[in-house]
Design a protein around this ligand. Structure first.
Ligand code: NPG
Length: 368
């Protein structure tokens, strides 16, 4: 492919309700979208970096800066470029995986649209729909939490993930278990809020038969997670710690996790995400697809990834209305607790021009 240029587009999307995690409260998303233009087709990428560096080191202004100054220019003068060539071309730049992932996603979308092939087919999807879980934020009271969970179960979600932090863990888990029963697929996510010295406290979650505890400790603390896994019976799942297929293999080998959350942005792209899936499958470690409050663009690609055979647990692939009153694409709507894997070329969805214009706060064209 011959790239003509890349458009950076910032959009502002208010959330339907505040979303509180152990690292802060989101009330809106400030999202960076990329549009890659080639002679044959256009492609869209979505950068999952948040406005502030509290989930990970990356943040959206930094992503825009590194794309503008280093990543997009690194694709110049490469007439035969395809999506597989993007990561090697960007490798001289350290880190910035979310920014790299967005650029690779846009190039892959353009390439697949040009060939009339879908993301699902390219990645190796084996299902045409995927079961969906939902992530439920920290609430002001247990009553409020139970009402929220009830609403999501009524909507059809097949698995509930509760955000936890010290002071909001055993009691909300117990309340949800007691109210909704033992059959409910339930898991928790700490976003690094605990220390290894909390092991005995976290073991108090064991009686509630959770699917997993996600990222209890600091992202760099692989050894601590391995130690925790020896005290706590609930399977440990890693999110923030897993930045590549190599780190996944290392964490598994060291006994730090029994489950892996795969987020393409966090690992540098959908092609590396597939390699994480492959490494985990080779070790018999189940994976599921994480979410970063994506618009319909990122959601389309996530649903395609979640249709790979090793994704044996429901993902955070919720419907558009979980976060947004109106999406930038035709909305993803839950059907019997599932979302359809788009079958059209590339992502299979594209932004609706009027809707995109409404939420756009800035655009910038980077010629190549
Ligand atoms: O459904 O898209 C979604 C979000 C799922 O809880 C979710 N994401 O740590 O996994 C996480 C968490 C998150 C929330 C990450 C806010 C970043 C910001």
């Amino acid at each position: 492919m011959k790239l003509t240029g890349v458009e950076l587009r910032r959009i502002r999307m208010p959330l339907v309700a505040p979303f509180r995690t152990s690292f802060g409260t989101q009330t809106e998303r400030d999202i960076l979208l990329l549009r890659v233009v080639t002679a044959e087709a256009e492609g869209w990428g979505e950068c999952v970096a948040l406005a502030d560096p509290f989930y990970s080191a990356e943040y959206v202004d930094a992503a825009a800066d590194v794309l503008r100054r280093y990543l997009v220019p690194a694709l110049a003068g490469r007439p035969g470029l395809d999506a597989v060539g993007v990561a090697p071309a960007l490798a001289p730049v350290k880190g910035h995986r979310m920014a790299k992932a967005a650029l690779e996603m846009a190039v892959l979308d353009a390439e697949l649209r040009g060939q009339g092939r879908s993301f699902g087919r390219e990645l190796g999807a084996v299902r045409d729909r995927v079961p969906c879980g939902v992530s439920v934020g920290i609430m002001g009271s247990i009553g409020e939490l139970l009402d929220a969970v009830e609403g999501y179960l009524d909507a059809g979600y097949v698995r509930i993930k509760l955000k936890i932090e010290p002071g909001w863990d055993v009691a909300p888990v117990r309340a949800v278990r007691e109210r909704f029963g033992d059959e409910l697929l339930l898991q928790v996510d700490a976003n690094t809020a605990y220390r290894v010295s909390d092991a005995r406290h976290l073991a108090r979650l064991d009686p509630f038969d959770l699917l997993l505890i996600e990222q209890p400790l600091d992202e760099e603390d692989i050894h601590g997670h391995a130690e925790l896994a020896r005290t706590v019976r609930t399977p440990i799942c890693l999110d923030e710690s897993i930045t590549s297929a190599a780190t996944a293999a290392d964490a598994i080998r060291r006994g730090a996790c029994a489950v892996v959350n795969v987020k393409p942005g966090r690992v540098g792209g959908y092609l590396e995400a597939r390699r994480v899936h492959d490494v985990c499958a080779a070790h018999g470690v189940p994976v599921w697809c994480g979410g970063m409050l994506e618009t319909g663009l990122g959601r389309a690609a996530n649903v395609a990834l979640a249709a790979l055979p090793g994704f044996t647990l429901p993902g955070d692939t919720s419907a558009s209305d979980r976060y947004y009153r109106t999406d930038v694409t035709v909305p993803f709507v839950l059907d019997g607790g599932h979302l359809p894997v788009p079958a059209g070329p590339g992502l299979g969805v594209a932004p609706l021009p009027d809707r995109l214009a409404e939420v756009t706060t800035a655009t910038e064209w980077l010629p190549l």
